[in-house]
Design a protein around this ligand. Structure first.
Ligand code: PLP
Length: 389
């Protein structure tokens, strides 16, 4: 039987080598795709040990679990069929009927819409709070509060939350902290290092980086990950081995891609902030951004995501229609730049009032900055903005 416990010091090396099957299976340099739903029985003593794709335990899964734990700096990790499977299964693991969840008020639209519209049907309640204002949290706390749910950099407003205060608050009140680390990626931020309990990802985005799979990640202590694994196994949120193979391949270049995306996004944000057709830019790498001091303290880089407002909705439409390099498409974190209007995509599940309350208006454009040449990207945005009247 191969072992998967091979780990190095640095994130860069671990992205390539952590969790490699030892010895290499048939001498293969990469993990071959184990496209077998089931396996011959061995000495299994519990259900989770029975080898079956839904139980997320092929060699493709085991390699990824060890690699992801190494790069997030956690004891254990688990891949899931999507980011939403990771998020929903984790929340359902740590909060049950009668329990209460605290969450930042402006989250990825899928998460927020599920918390707002579906979670109450399961007997759970949820209160949005401003994750940047620690003084307001105590008032929302209830005896039955179990979870504090956060995003490292929020989608699409690019808020950086008071993460260290959230860890202190959660410990004081016995809450489990869950963070969606998709926007930062482990290259820029490893939440377990400041004491966050559960780290979640849509691996569809930066971890894979090539817009060709949907996948999710849960990372944390062995006990926490085992508890989530039990729910994922029952809900059926396993990742297919072929998608595991693509994720393993994509992750190899994560550090290179994100380093370049950090640089490109900072360059583009600095250009946009002084453009006359731009009303405001949200990017935690700008010194004027309210999230800058926390981002500077906790993050290695400021990330590849930014959003900006034009003065009118018509101008935003013009920009989206006239950009030549970025593709007008949902999702994010890929090598190619993408632009989208969150009010018409990720946050369509919220009512117009809910969107307006969070500043998600038709003038807001979110940019997932890719690895193209920065001067060409800037020239493209300049040309598209110049023509917007
Ligand atoms: N979290 C964030 C920040 C996202 O942007 C998304 C998707 O856009 C998700 C979670 C959901 O991930 P998935 O689409 O892989 O289910």
């Amino acid at each position: 039987m191969a072992r998967y416990d091979h780990v190095h010091e640095s994130l860069e090396t671990n992205l390539l080598h952590a969790g490699r099957p030892q010895p290499a299976i048939e001498g293969a340099v990469i993990t071959p795709i184990f496209q077998s739903a089931n396996y011959l029985m061995g000495q299994e003593s519990e259900y989770g040990q029975v080898r079956y794709i839904r139980l997320n335990n092929s060699p493709n899964h085991q390699t990824l679990h060890a690699r992801l734990a190494a790069i997030e700096g956690t004891e254990a990790a688990l891949v899931t069929s999507s980011g939403m499977a990771a998020i929903t299964s984790s929340i359902l693991t740590f909060a049950h009927a009668g329990d209460h969840v605290l969450a930042h008020e402006s989250l990825y639209g899928g998460t927020q819409s599920w918390l707002q519209h579906d979670v109450p049907n399961l007997g759970l309640s949820y209160t949005p709070v401003d994750g940047r204002r620690a003084s307001t949290w105590e008032a929302a706390l209830r005896p039955e509060t179990k979870i504090f749910y956060l995003e490292a950099i929020t989608n699409p407003m690019l808020h950086v939350l008071d993460l260290e205060a959230a860890v202190r608050f959660a410990r004081q009140h016995g809450l489990v902290t869950l963070i969606d680390n998709t926007f930062a990626s482990p290259v820029n931020f490893r939440p377990a290092q400041i004491g966050i309990d559960i780290v979640l990802h849509s691996a569809t985005k930066y971890l894979n980086g090539h817009s060709d799979i949907v996948a999710g990640v849960v990372a944390g202590s062995q006990a926490h990950v085992d508890a989530v694994r039990n729910i994922v196994n029952h809900l059926g949120g396993a990742l297919d081995p072929h998608a595991c193979y693509l994720l393993e391949r994509g992750m190899k270049t994560l550090a290179l891609r994100v380093g370049r995306q950090n640089d490109n996004a900072l360059g583009l944000a600095k250009f946009l902030v002084s453009h006359p057709k731009v009303r405001a830019v949200q990017y935690p790498g700008l010194e004027t951004d309210p999230g800058y001091p926390t981002a500077r303290k906790l993050f290695r880089g400021f990330g590849g995501m930014l959003s900006f407002y034009t003065h009118t909705a018509a101008q935003a439409s013009h920009v989206l229609d006239n950009l030549r390099i970025p593709l007008h498409a949902a999702s994010l974190g890929a090598v190619e730049s993408l632009v989208v209007r969150p009010s018409r995509s990720s946050h369509l599940g919220l009512s117009p009032e809910e969107r307006a309350q969070q500043g998600i208006t038709d003038e807001l454009i979110r940019v997932s900055v890719g690895i193209e040449a920065l001067d060409e990207l800037i020239a493209d945005f300049d040309r598209a903005l110049q023509g917007a009247s």
